[in-house]
Design a protein around this ligand. Structure first.
Ligand code: NAD
Length: 487
């Protein structure tokens, strides 16, 4: 990774890249701390231009058939495949995760496009003769101009959670990427144009808080999807819905893995450590708390061995920023001061030749109690807090007491106990002997409690409801004047 400098980030409105004289912000690569680009901090003016372009494009785009609209995404999917190496390197550069993780992310984007192009197979609408000569039909229609606000941790994949589905279903879209990772979405705009998407169907407006607030307020936008922290998800959900928009807002997480003494030792230790340290712990599906039930010391011992094989700068990427590194290390220090035991300590990690980068090594904290911050708050780093529970009921109760509810998992070889966790865990996505239980298409992604606000999930079949509205039509073609529609 020699030359890290990237082109200036631009907005993409009506098929054109543009940049006015707005304030700008630097984009850093967390791998080295080096400035690699800068982006415009847009406001209501740029947003209004994008909404106008999307509104104009909607008339023609929404009048096409579903089968016509998906054609662009067949082509676009091939472009993702052809450019996968370059796209993966871009994710790595702006986000800091490893090349392998970046590539897996783009592969997931490809899978998301495959779901979108299968939409004509999924949506066949409904029709029934409800009385003699009288038919009712339900058709799914697009809703209009929609906006997608995305976080830093999956610069390529999270925009693909929403954009392909929203567009093939006939909507026109405005994306507001995280200001920390705006480069992948700019590339997405180029490739969608190359795939033949008409101007104005996909638009990008860059910036931070100001543009998010403008999206929530703009009367030309019908629906808003948000993925990010719970704090901002609440702000966006309240503001967008009070302005009468449809909104689904995914928030943060604190995922609990319940480990039982009979769990397979190597597999469990490997899965738990991979879940907490993959993408440097910056996944909303990452393991954050391990609840060890009864005698699980042998599994913890194995986890220590696994964690020591994970080396920052080699098989562990950076965290997103200096502030993130300081926040994560602060949590570890506070837990230590409160009496928790640091079994593997990732504080102060540096990578030779990349001393300006933001690295935290894998960290295992044992003897965490439920009142500590590391037990309750989202750390969003490669850190796992171990809480010890005397039995499964206590472990479930600890999981249930979290404000969040994205994922939960159980590790055991006992089907009956696994079933109890499947039933009782208060989370939207459950794993049995799997550390990162992300549902694959066509199953949908979404948490419970403060990990998601709004109805339905953000991907898969559930997202179809969100991106469409039903048109219900009743027709009568029996001309006899004596028959009414009840006949
Ligand atoms: P964030 O909430 O800081 O930012 C998300 C988006 O909101 C960005 O586009 C940002 O520009 C904007 N934003 C930030 N502060 C704002 C404010 N005060 N007002 C309006 N807009 C604001 O999240 P992040 O740090 O980019 O991403 C990490 C978070 O996202 C973690 O909490 C993680 O768990 C969560 N996440 C959740 C899921 C999920 O599926 N539930 C998926 C990925 C990430």
């Amino acid at each position: 990774m020699e030359s890290m400098k990237q082109p200036q980030v631009k907005n993409f409105i009506n098929g054109e890249f543009s940049r006015n004289g707005q304030n700008s912000m630097d984009v850093l690569s967390p791998l080295t701390g080096e400035i690699i680009s800068n982006l415009p901090m847009s406001g209501m003016k740029e947003l209004s231009e994008a909404v106008q372009a999307a509104k104009t494009a909607f008339t023609l785009w929404s009048s096409k058939t579903l089968k016509e609209r998906i054609q662009v995404f067949f082509k676009y999917r091939s472009l993702l495949e052809e450019n996968i190496d370059e796209l993966s390197k871009l994710v790595q550069l702006e986000n800091g995760k490893t090349y392998g993780e970046s590539r897996a992310e783009v592969e997931k984007s490809i899978e998301l496009c495959e779901f979108a192009v299968s939409m004509p197979q999924i949506i066949t609408n409904e029709i029934q003769e409800v009385s003699r000569g009288v038919e009712c039909r339900i058709e799914r229609k697009p809703i209009g101009v929609v906006a997608c606000i995305t976080p830093f941790n999956f610069p390529n994949m999270v925009p693909h959670w929403t954009v392909p589905n929203a567009i093939v279903l006939g909507n026109t879209v405005i994306v507001k990427p995280s200001e920390l990772v705006p480069l992948s979405v700019m590339r997405m705009a180029e490739l969608l144009k190359e795939a033949g998407l008409p101007d104005g169907v996909f638009n990008v407006v860059n910036g931070g808080k100001e543009i998010v607030e403008a999206i929530c307020d703009h009367e030309g936008i019908e629906a808003v999807s948000f993925v990010g922290s719970t704090h901002v998800a609440k702000i966006v959900y309240k503001r967008a819905s009070s302005n009468l928009k449809r909104c689904v807002a995914l928030g943060g997480a604190k995922n609990h893995l319940l480990v039982l003494p009979d769990a397979h030792v190597e597999m469990t230790a490997n899965n738990v450590v991979a879940s907490m340290s993959g993408c440097a712990g910056q996944r909303c599906m990452a393991a954050a708390v391990m609840v060890g039930v009864d005698k699980i010391q042998h599994i913890i011992d194995r986890m220590i061995i696994e964690a020591r094989t994970i080396v920052p700068g080699e098989n562990l990427g950076s965290v997103i920023s200096k502030e993130a590194k300081e926040r994560i290390e602060g949590y570890i220090t506070e837990a230590e001061q409160q009496g928790a035991k640091i079994l593997v300590d990732g504080r102060g990690a540096t990578v030779p030749g990349k001393e300006g980068g933001f690295y935290v090594g894998p960290t295992i904290i044992d003897y965490v109690t439920t009142d500590m911050k590391v037990a309750k708050e989202e750390i969003f780093g490669p850190v796992i807090s171990i809480i010890r529970a005397k039995d499964l009921d206590e472990a479930i109760q600890i999981e249930n007491s979290s404000n969040y509810g994205n994922a939960a998992a159980v590790f055991t070889q006992n089907g009956g106990l696994a079933k109890r966790v499947m039933e009782k865990a208060s989370a939207g996505m459950i794993g049995v002997n799997i550390g990162v239980p992300v549902p694959r298409e066509p199953f949908s992604f979404g948490g419970w409690n403060e990990s998601k606000f709004g109805v339905g999930d953000i991907t898969g079949k559930s997202s179809i409801e969100f991106w469409t509205q039903n048109k219900k039509t009743t027709t009568k073609w029996n001309p006899e004047d004596k028959t009414n529609w009840m006949s």
